[in-house]
Design a protein around this ligand. Structure first.
Ligand code: CIR
Length: 263
């Protein structure tokens, strides 16, 4: 059965978002008004695709707090609460943990020396793939393996921020990869371990970050060559495509998956 989340949790962006962490200075600075409009559209779209959605307030002292995916890994009614890899982001998880409790989700904290960003975790429905990056380490992967009743597969992530900066699930049997050296290395490492999956490459690295929700597929606008392939896959799978502009979040190394927790 396809993954159809019942609940989405999103978090608003603060004015301090313009000072959020960035791997590289963007070519043009983040346009805060545009970021707000893009986030509003994101929240509207995601909320229209799940029965229950919760919108958390921004925290000015936490510029990256809209990237809520990193604060927890939620599978069904169980969550691992991140010990975030970046010092600047620690504290984002507190409101998320409280909210998940209120929603009836049982939470277990990842503990030091484990560090974890949810953007490094892909749950395929059968496996938990953990990217070992500058933010997420092997100790955290071991803790995830004890928390969740699914096999954990680890893969080194280099040359990109998070595992899901260059890949995401299209469905339970297909993983989308965005063309770049980082994704090639990840695919080469994962292929022998994940033989039952189709690894589908797209021409644009960031376009491989999609939200697949049952019969709906949310993709990023502005990547026409990747879109042609996604349209083809969606047609065969009977999925309806929704397009969102995420330019201001891409400047901050985010994309579609990072702005919600879906479960
Ligand atoms: C950071 O560097 O942590 C944020 N500026 C971007 C986080 C993006 N998160 C994600 O893709 N899961």
């Amino acid at each position: 059965m396809e993954f159809q989340p019942k609940t989405a949790v999103v978090r608003n962006l603060p004015v301090s978002f313009i000072n959020c962490l960035k791997e590289h200075a963007p070519l043009t600075p983040i346009d805060l008004d545009l970021a707000h409009r893009q986030h509003d559209e994101y929240v509207r779209t995601v909320a229209s695709l799940v029965p229950n959605s919760v919108q958390l307030p921004a925290d000015e002292s936490l510029p990256d707090c809209c990237f809520i995916e990193d604060t927890a890994v939620v599978i069904g009614d169980l969550a691992a609460i991140s010990f975030l890899g970046a010092l600047e982001r620690r504290g984002e998880e507190r409101l998320v943990e409280k909210t998940l409790h209120e929603l009836g989700v049982r939470t277990v904290a990842i503990e030091a020396p484990g560090t974890l960003d949810g953007g490094d975790v892909l749950f395929t429905g059968s496996h938990i793939v953990v990217g070992l990056s500058r933010r997420t380490n092997a100790e955290a992967a071991q803790q995830l393996a004890k928390i969740f009743p699914y096999p954990v597969v680890t893969v080194p992530v280099t040359g990109t921020l998070h595992l899901k900066s260059v890949l995401s699930s299209f469905d339970r049997k297909t993983i989308l990869f965005g063309e770049c050296e980082a994704a090639r290395k990840i695919a080469k490492h994962l292929e022998p371990m994940l033989k039952e999956y189709k690894l589908q490459f797209l021409p644009d690295a960031i376009a491989a970050n999609v939200l697949s929700m049952g019969a709906n597929l949310v993709i990023q606008d502005g990547f026409p060559r990747s879109e042609v392939i996604l349209q083809g896959l969606a047609k065969v799978a009977g999925k309806k495509i929704h397009k969102l502009q995420m330019s201001e979040f891409i400047k901050a190394d985010g994309a579609l998956t990072c702005c919600s927790l879906l479960f």
